[in-house]
Structure formats: C-alpha cells, structure tokens
Design a protein around this ligand. Sequence first.
Ligand code: SF4
Length: 108
Amino acid sequence: MDLREQLCGRYCSFYKPSRDEAVACGGYRVIEKLSATMSLDLVSCAETSSSYTRERISAVLCAACPFYRDDCDFARNVTDAPPCGGLIAIASLVEQDSISIDDLLSVL
Ligand code: SF4
C-alpha cells in the first residue's frame, strides 16, 4: 500500500483516486519526509484528534502549504470544512506521541 492509499485514501475527504494529483498538500509532504526517517503507523493510527491539537498543528503546517492561500477552506476559516487528511493524520500521530511538534517543524 502506498502513501496515497494509506494517508489520502484513509484520512482525506477531498481525495479522489482517479485524479492525478501533481501538487501534494503540506500534510502529505510532511508525512512523506518524516516517513523517510521514522516508522509511522498510519494504518492503526486513530482517525480522531482534538480540535486543540488540530489548531496547534494548523498554526505551523498550513502556512507552509501550497493550498493555504486559495484552496483550503479549513485554513481560511471560511466554512466549517474539515482539514485535509494530512493534518488529521499528523494530529493523531502527535496525540499518540508517535511524532512531536519539533519533528514537524524539522521538515517544514
Ligand atoms: S488543512 Fe489545508 S492548508 Fe492545512 S495542510 Fe491541509 S490542505 Fe494545507
């Protein structure tokens, strides 16, 4: 199973398997970089996390995301849209102590 299936397919409500995604969101990029040096269990990781953790992650992750300015309603708070799957997965990994905010900052 590749990262798009493990991450986007499981966590992201915006993911369309048939679409050729040339640009990856900031969350995907972070998970991809961290996976190169850490063992991240995206399969058994919880799909839920607190809004507090998601806001902490968003504060450092979203500003570095190519979708932040024009394409992400969650980051712009214009609707009650959910965050991308990358942010959801990162927040869950942080809550279960698989990664830290410092790990996240090290690859941004
Ligand atoms: S929530 Fe939006 S801005 Fe933040 S990383 Fe995901 S796609 Fe990018």
